[in-house]
Design a protein around this ligand. Structure first.
Ligand SMILES: *[C@@H]1O[C@H](CO)[C@@H](O)[C@H](O)[C@H]1NC(C)=O
Ligand SMILES: *[C@@H]1O[C@H](CO)[C@@H](O)[C@H](O)[C@H]1NC(C)=O
Ligand SMILES: *[C@@H]1O[C@H](CO)[C@@H](O)[C@H](O)[C@H]1NC(C)=O
Length: 272
């Protein structure tokens, strides 16, 4: 009696599978062939590739860090001897910008050690830019950055590239343009700056981070390595030109974006 019962049971299971597969092919197409390889991803929709940036703007917030500005400026000026570039230096009112903090508490020894850099344009008169560089420094912690933050927010959509150096990421974060993107900043100022962008995917360790049109560097000198990598990737003959400029500057480059001993030194955990 047991064998026929099993036999019937077997038939029932086969019938069940038969109906299930019919339902499956009606409802969701044929049952998946689990041993098949997944289909290759669809090719990405072609996007117009921006030309290498020609008109480069540097934002000058008060109390900017000197090398955040003049590091990339040194490198792009060398590049301007290889290809035509145009420099735009932006200040909120078009006047020269001092590195002296507006808040005397940020200058507790009353030093007078502050160069001023003349601007070429006010924010209101800024021409269209291909690339905007946003430096950091003491000024990036100022509560009085509304004009600069508003400018970055307004200009962003028209830029081919936005580059932040060091704590300049805090200005871009306040403008909201880093939301949902991967970005990094100075590891010594990590807690302060990352709090300015709770929706940003902050990356550590990172010497620099590239996320589409947004490139961000870690602290001060990381801006040099970002600039070299940017030139290498975005300009024709960029690899040879970046090597040539770095050689002339006698700069030992970091070429691996993940190489960042400062994350560990400043206790910033690995993330993103
Ligand atoms: C399932 O996929 C494998 C690997 O592509 C293939 O060799 C096999 O013939 C497929 N079986 C069926 C039933 O389509
Ligand atoms: C700071 O230094 C300037 C000179 O550079 C001087 O005129 C001024 O009195 C000093 N202020 C204080 C608070 O010491
Ligand atoms: C590439 O750049 C290097 C360094 O500036 C230069 O020596 C070389 O002539 C360039 N090659 C081309 C094809 O532009």
């Amino acid at each position: 009696m047991k064998l026929p019962s099993l036999h019937h049971h077997h038939h029932f299971v086969l019938l069940l599978f038969f109906f299930l597969s019919i339902i499956g092919s009606v409802v969701g197409g044929p049952l998946p062939n689990t041993s098949a390889k997944p289909p290759p991803p669809l090719p990405l929709k072609p996007q117009p590739t921006p030309q290498p940036p020609r008109r480069i703007g540097i934002l000058l917030p008060r109390a900017f860090s000197v090398l955040d500005v003049f590091g990339p400026l040194e490198i792009f000026q060398a590049l301007s001897r290889q290809t035509r570039l145009e420099l735009v230096l932006l200040s909120r009112d078009g006047a020269a910008v001092t590195t002296e903090p507006a808040n005397p508490a940020m200058n507790k020894h009353n030093s007078s050690f502050f160069p001023a850099v003349p601007a070429t344009h006010s924010l209101a008169a800024a021409p269209e830019l291909d690339l905007l560089v946003v430096p950091g420094g003491m000024g990036a912690r100022s509560p009085d950055l509304a004009p600069e933050v508003a400018f970055v927010r307004r200009a962003f959509g028209r830029l081919d590239y936005l580059v932040t150096i060091c704590t300049g990421a805090g200005i871009a974060a306040q403008a909201g343009v880093l939301d949902g993107r991967r970005a990094t900043t100075n590891k010594a100022s990590w807690a302060t700056i990352t709090a300015m962008g709770p929706k940003v995917k902050w990356v550590s360790p990172a010497r620099w981070v590239e996320d589409g049109k947004v490139w961000s560097s870690s602290g001060v000198t990381a801006g040099l390595d970002l600039a070299f990598e940017f030139i290498r990737k975005k300009y024709p003959n960029g690899t040879a030109i970046a090597d040539f400029i770095a050689g002339n500057m006698e700069h030992t480059r970091v070429t691996d974006w993940r190489q960042d001993p400062w994350s560990e030194m400043f206790g910033v955990p690995r993330q993103n």
